[in-house]
Design a protein around this ligand. Structure first.
Ligand SMILES: Cc1cc2nc3c(=O)[nH]c(=O)nc-3n(C[C@H](O)[C@H](O)[C@H](O)COP(=O)(O)OP(=O)(O)OC[C@H]3O[C@@H](n4cnc5c(N)ncnc54)[C@H](O)[C@@H]3O)c2cc1C
Length: 458
């Protein structure tokens, strides 16, 4: 095998970084040329409460539900096409099974077809989920780590990357261990950089984006309300899909709506404070002592084509405040209490004209959604309430080459996972494998990997 060997540095040993390294060494890339730097700990030292940092990153350590659909978990097929996306996600799932102490226990739940009763008003997004089992994640992590170490991959644990010089291919880092607090920064050079810092590194990613004036993808506005009603009205659908995702699309208007993050059984609405304003979200308690037989979910609109989505959303959220908090409207109900028994903070309004003034034409989409739910779930009638607003401020997505997720300004720097546009384990891992395949195809010159060569090298 002829191989042009280059030093690959991976920032972040999360789901993305680990899958990239695995693909590389699986295909014969020398592990000694791969360095992974992470501010968290290796899987032997990492504690369960260290949710965001360390080997396998965030969800790979604490949850482990592997969604298997290109419409869930962030952007993937946009870069590589639908068929390739599914193939890449398969590889991530295979990796989780491969290092699982009991792979036969990895189960796939695959809900049945859309029920007729929601048609023609809504679509229901159904997708398979592989359940790895939370209890096994720590063992998976250890097996996986041992494999990479056995292949020669170099790890720098408890080391935070504080700067990257994209022009000189240099990573600046420092140990976060208290005993090294007085040490100077260290640095390392790379030929190829894979940047997978996840949500815990989002501020760092933003710093770099600002510093290098990285262009980003146009983003949509994501805004709506948190809807709440007694669970009994939705039970028929919950029996089919616990976290149901109703959706509808108005392609010609650039607007789509979806129900988002459904909570049942012990379901509570929560206030979120962002940029000094209140908006709403929801969560469910596992402990059935908290059971309140309520359902809540976001009704979120995705609006495309607004020039500055962040400023627009901020302005709308700010105008939907009264007396220092968000709004609550219901034809019949009052705001619920939190899991702690306090009232959910919201100012109750008795009509929606003010909201309509702020949201303009977009408000109609939300009300139509609710009206059509009343048709699909006939007992619902006026037994519901909405907390206004719910908002998702999407972080900027750096503009990358769709061929290998490299920055358009720096072709040897590849962004992957949540640092790019992912929101889930499978997509994060898949993006990283996509990058690893490109690196492999570029450096492997023999026909040992004909599928890569024919795909990438003309
Ligand atoms: C509690 C929780 C549960 C979740 N459950 C699921 C689930 O069940 N299914 C699902 O699909 N998704 C889930 N997610 C989302 C999923 O975890 C992420 O989409 C995924 O982990 C992203 O992978 P990543 O590799 O991009 O980042 P991460 O997995 O977050 O890894 C990033 C790594 O980078 C390191 N890092 C960050 N900044 C620096 C720096 N400056 N220097 C050095 N190292 C740095 C961090 O220590 C971390 O280990 C969950 C998220 C959370 C928080």
């Amino acid at each position: 095998m002829k191989m042009k060997e280059k030093k690959i540095v991976i920032v972040g040993a999360g789901v993305a970084g680990v899958n990239a390294a695995t693909k590389l060494v699986d295909q014969g890339y020398p592990g000694e040329l791969i360095t992974i730097i992470d501010m968290g700990k290796d899987p032997y030292k990492r504690k369960p409460e260290e949710v965001m940092t360390g080997f396998l990153g965030a969800g790979g350590w604490s949850d482990g539900k592997l969604t298997y659909h290109t419409a869930i978990g962030g952007q993937l097929s946009k870069y590589c096409g639908e068929e390739k996306a599914m193939q890449l996600m398969d590889q991530v799932i295979t990796n989780f099974k491969r290092f699982h102490p009991k792979p036969e226990e990895v189960q796939c739940s695959n809900p049945e077809a859309e029920p007729d009763f929601i048609k023609p008003y809504f679509g229901l997004r159904l997708f398979p989920v592989w359940h790895v089992g939370t209890d096994y994640l720590s063992e998976i992590g250890k097996n996986w780590y041992d494999y990479l170490v056995s292949k020669g991959v170099q790890f720098h644990w408890e080391t935070k990357v504080s700067n990257i010089n994209f022009r000189h291919n240099e990573v600046i880092m420092k140990s976060v261990k208290p005993e090294f607090a007085n040490m100077d920064n260290d640095s390392m050079f790379y030929d190829e950089l894979i940047f997978g810092v996840g949500k815990s590194g989002i501020d760092f990613a933003q710093e770099l984006a600002n510093k290098y004036e990285l262009p980003d993808e146009p983003k949509s506005v994501q805004i709506g309300v948190r809807f709440e009603a007694p669970q009994k009205h939705f039970q028929k659908l919950i029996d089919i899909s616990y976290d149901f995702k109703l959706y509808r699309k108005f392609e010609d208007k650039g607007v789509s709506l979806r129900s988002f993050c459904t909570n049942n059984n012990a379901a509570y609405v929560a206030v979120e404070e962002t940029y000094g304003d209140h908006s709403y979200n929801g969560h469910a308690k596992k402990d059935m002592r908290y059971r309140n037989d309520m359902t809540n979910f976001g009704i979120l609109m995705e609006i495309n084509g607004i020039e500055d989505p962040f400023t627009w959303s901020r302005d709308v959220v700010n105008k939907l405040q009264f007396n220092g908090t968000g709004l609550y409207y219901s034809p019949t109900r009052i705001p619920s209490t939190t899991a702690e028994g306090n009232n959910v903070t919201a100012f109750q309004i008795d009509n929606l004209s003010g909201v309509e003034n702020v949201m303009g034409e977009y408000w109609t989409y939300i009300m139509d959604f609710i009206e059509d739910m009343k048709k699909v779930f006939p007992t619902l009638q006026d037994d519901w309430g909405i907390y206004i607003p719910e908002v998702k401020y999407l972080s900027p997505e750096p503009l990358v080459s769709y061929r290998n997720l490299s920055l358009t300004k720096f072709s040897n720097v590849h962004f992957v996972g949540d640092a790019l546009s992912a929101r889930g384990i499978t997509v994060s891992g898949a993006q990283a494998i996509y990058v690893a395949e490109d690196i492999l195809s570029y450096y492997l010159r023999d026909t040992e990997y004909p599928e890569f060569i024919s795909h990438y090298v003309a």
